[in-house]
Structure formats: C-alpha cells, structure tokens
Design a protein around this ligand. Structure first.
Ligand code: ADP
Length: 400
C-alpha cells in the first residue's frame, strides 16, 4: 500500500508517503508558515523542491502537498487515486487505547478532545477532514495518538492527587505523549536483543526539543514523565517540565499574570532556553558550555540529571531494567547527554562504553560494553513508519 503519514502542527505540516510493502519513503516534505504566508519544501530521493504558495489555512497546505505528490515533474504518483490511505498523528487521544479508523463516532470523540490540547488537536482534526474531502470517503483515514500507548499505566501512575470532581469532569490525569516513538523503539530494542518484548523491562528516553522517558514493562507503558500535557517531566527546549505548582500561582499573583501569560512563560520561555540564557538547541548550549558559560553547563547538567533520576525511578517501578534506549534529536545525536545521564548507573548493572557512545549517531547502536547486564542503545525513532504500520493493520481489518 502507498500510505501518506501526516503530522500537522498549528502552523506547520510534515508528511511522508511510504510504500508499506518495502518501507521505502517515496516522498516527504514540510509546509511551514501556514496562516502567515506559506511555503512547501518537498523532497524526492536526493532532490528538493521549494514552492512559495499562499496557505491561509491547512487546506491550501494539503492541496500543495497533493499537487507536489502528483505533479509530472516532481511527483511520485500519477493521481490521488494511487494513494491508498492516510495516517494522521494526533497529539491527544484521551482514552483511545490504540490507533483508530476515523468514523463519525471516533471523529466526534476526537473533537471533544480539542479542549484538552487546542494547539495540537485543533489543526490535526482539521487536516483529517480535509484529507477525507480531497481523497474521497472510500480512502481510510486513521488517527494515531501520542497518548494511546500510555493507556496501560496503572492508576497509581496516572492519577493526580486533586479533588475528584476535577478528575471526573475535567478528565485530569496523566496521559503521557510521544507514545508512537516509545512503542517503536521498545519493539526495535527487543528485536536487537533477540528477545521477546514481553520478557523485557525497558526504559525508553525520547530526548528532543520535547522530551519524555517511559517505563516499558513487557511491551506496555507502565509510567511516563509527561503528564496531563506535554509540558511535564524533564526540562525541555522551552518547556519548564516538572516544577512546584505553587511557583505558578505565586508568580501569577505577584506579577498580575493572566493564565495565558503563565502558559506562554512556562511553555515558550522556560526549559534549557531559560537556564542557559542562550538557546533551546543543545548544540548551541554545548558550544557555549565549552567556552566556559556556567549557565549553559547548568542547563546540560539539569537535563542529564533529570534523565538519570527517571531511569532510576522507572527501574524501581518495574523491579529492574534490561535495556535503556535513547532516541530523538538529542538522544540519537548527543553522546555527551547520554554519557552524563548514564554516569553513576553502574549499580543498576550499566557498563557504559564511552568510546562507542562518542561515535554513535543516528543509527542503531549498542553503547554499553559486551557483557553489560543492562544494554544501553541508540535507536533512531520512526514515528511515521509506526503510523503506516497501524494504517495497514487497520485497513486490513486487524484489531490493534
Ligand atoms: P522535536 O521534538 O521538535 O521533534 P527533535 O527530536 O527533532 O525535536 O530534536 C530536536 C533537537 O535535537 C534540537 O533542538 C537539538 O537540541 C537536538 N539535536 C539535534 N542534533 C543534535 C546534535 N548533533 N547534537 C546535539 N543535539 C542535537
């Protein structure tokens, strides 16, 4: 099957057209500045095509993507009819336990979730409707949620100690995010270890611009560091991660901040950007730390310490750990963060290989020494392929 994987943000849209039989990426690209002016960067093989196109809404963005995919010069299919199905990344899946076929019923449920993640779910639901309209009702549209992998967490891991009326009426609980990525790398780790996933206790560290760590016990998420929103857990590029909640009310009172001011400070002006005072990008922070900038070093130390604490906590939660996996922009590329996060974990059975780690970048690599009781690995994530696999399974009538 030829499946289009769509990942819509508030002003951007990434896509990949994948042949599910060969897993080949036939074409991929990115629309940016939707709602402002708009352009599409489309890639096919080694070629890149750039299109300026007005994109007042996501509809024009998707039309530009379809035009590129079917164009005689840069396209990879003769017409839209050759695209068999579409898989959409949806950030918040509420109580959905797996990816689902979009029907009137599942669409209504997704619409009700917009209030929990307006910036993400709003544009994602819009894109699903546009694809339904442009591709025709007979083409399956599938929603793959960032949260659904974490629906297996036990109540003691997902509950917050707040009044029951909020839990019930406002759906306040830990949901967790990046589930598609955690699920993909845990399965790949088991494959690399040559053991059934059901026998393994794995801590998966998705460290990127947004970061989360998950305890995967027997293939199921049993705890994860993001919470009701993707702002919880580790300090991230610009998100604060876990802080004492009363800091927020204290600052709101003292500086007369609105809820939206507080939101913007904690989401966009915090994290390693705030601590380093330099950048949200780990490459910039490391370069400045090397020049002796103590704030940059503190940002790196806080981040690695946070990852290490979560690994320890999740080993305790699972009663052991067989593997630790690093993935996403920082996890796949940044040996320094990986080494700092694993330093001192010898007591857990980690025998880290600093030399192999230093050279490991962007490909499947074991970065612990042979014989280490806990295997430490770098595994590039592939959320699009995971989504495509779910689309194929659902389109062929399998229950996930
Ligand atoms: P997103 O959460 O937006 O999907 P990614 O997983 O792509 O983010 O991660 C992006 C981040 O990865 C960048 O902000 C940068 O901090 C980090 N990164 C990418 N390449 C490197 C590298 N070579 N060394 C250190 N950090 C890197």
């Amino acid at each position: 099957m030829k499946v289009l994987a769509v990942n819509a943000g508030s002003s951007s849209l990434k896509y990949q057209l994948i042949d599910s039989d060969t897993t080949e990426v036939l074409a991929k690209g990115l629309c940016e500045r939707i709602g402002i002016d708009g352009h599409l960067i489309a890639k096919r093989g080694g070629d890149t095509y750039y299109h300026e196109a007005p994109m007042p809404t996501h509809k024009e963005a998707i039309e530009a993507v379809f035009a590129s995919l079917t164009s005689p010069e840069e396209g990879v299919v003769s017409s839209l009819a050759s695209i068999d199905a579409c898989g959409h990344r949806v950030a918040h899946g509420g109580s959905f336990k797996s990816s689902v076929l979009v029907t009137d019923e599942t669409m209504a449920e997704m619409e009700s979730l917009i209030e929990l993640a307006p910036l993400h779910n709003g544009p994602e639901v819009t894109c699903i409707k546009i694809c339904q309209e442009l591709m025709g009702a007979d083409k399956p549209q599938v929603a793959a949620f960032d949260t659904s992998f974490h629906q297996t967490m036990p109540a003691e891991a997902y509950s917050y100690a707040v009044p029951a009326e909020y839990v019930k009426n406002d759906r306040i609980r830990r949901y967790g995010f990046h589930g598609t990525s955690h699920r993909f790398v845990a399965a790949r780790a088991a494959e690399m270890m040559g053991k059934p996933l059901s026998d393994l206790k794995i801590v998966t560290c998705h460290l990127g611009n947004g970061s989360s760590v998950t305890a995967v016990d027997g293939g199921k998420s049993v705890d994860t560091s993001m919470g009701f929103t993707p702002g919880a857990g580790l300090p991230m590029g610009t998100r604060c991660g876990d802080i004492d909640p009363f800091i927020v009310t204290h600052l709101m009172n003292k500086h007369n901040l609105s809820a939206s001011d507080a939101n913007s400070i904690l989401n966009k002006k915090s994290g390693v950007l705030a601590v380093s005072g330099v950048s949200s990008d780990f490459r910039d922070i490391e370069a400045e730390a090397d020049r002796g900038n103590a704030d940059c070093q503190l940002a790196l130390d806080m981040f690695a310490y946070g990852v290490k604490k979560l690994i320890g906590a999740y080993a305790a939660a699972m009663g052991g750990v067989d593997a630790i996996v690093f993935t996403a922009g920082v996890g796949e590329n940044d040996g320094r963060v990986r080494e700092a996060a694993c330093k001192g974990l010898e007591f857990l059975g980690v025998d880290f290989d600093s030399e192999v780690n230093a050279g490991a970048r962007g490909k499947d690599t074991v970065i612990s020494k042979p014989g280490s009781r806990v295997q430490v690995m770098v595994i590039p994530t592939n959320e699009e392929l995971m989504i495509v696999n779910d689309v194929v399974a659902i389109a062929s009538g399998k229950t996930l």
